[in-house]
Design a protein. Structure first.
Length: 100
């Protein structure tokens, strides 16, 4: 499929990332790489190319945003030990310096 394709997805569950409860048995219409319609499966158009995830949960991409701003990434074991044992004030100072 290319970005310009239009297709439909049937999902058993949809977690949309808004904080709302997961929705059951949904239909998503995708056009040019974007979701343009979300509706109940019962309201899906009768024809068209469907990808069937009816037994699955669809959710937004997950991004690993886990960072340790107070750690330098060094491989020096002594420096790593010092960073891991730093108190809150030392870690705060190191994190502030990493913004520069």
């Amino acid at each position: 499929m290319t970005k310009k394709d239009r297709y439909n997805v049937k999902a058993g569950w949809l977690v949309d990332g808004s904080g709302a409860s997961a929705r059951h048995r949904v239909f998503l219409q995708i056009a040019e790489g974007r979701i343009v319609r979300i509706d109940a499966v019962e309201n899906a158009p009768p024809h068209g190319h469907f990808i069937d995830f009816g037994a699955d949960t669809v959710l937004p991409c997950l991004v690993d945003s886990h960072v340790h701003l107070f750690m330098s990434g060094t491989t020096d074991p002594q420096a790593r030990k010092q960073q891991l044992c730093a108190d809150c004030n030392e870690a705060r100072t190191a994190a502030a310096a990493s913004k520069r």
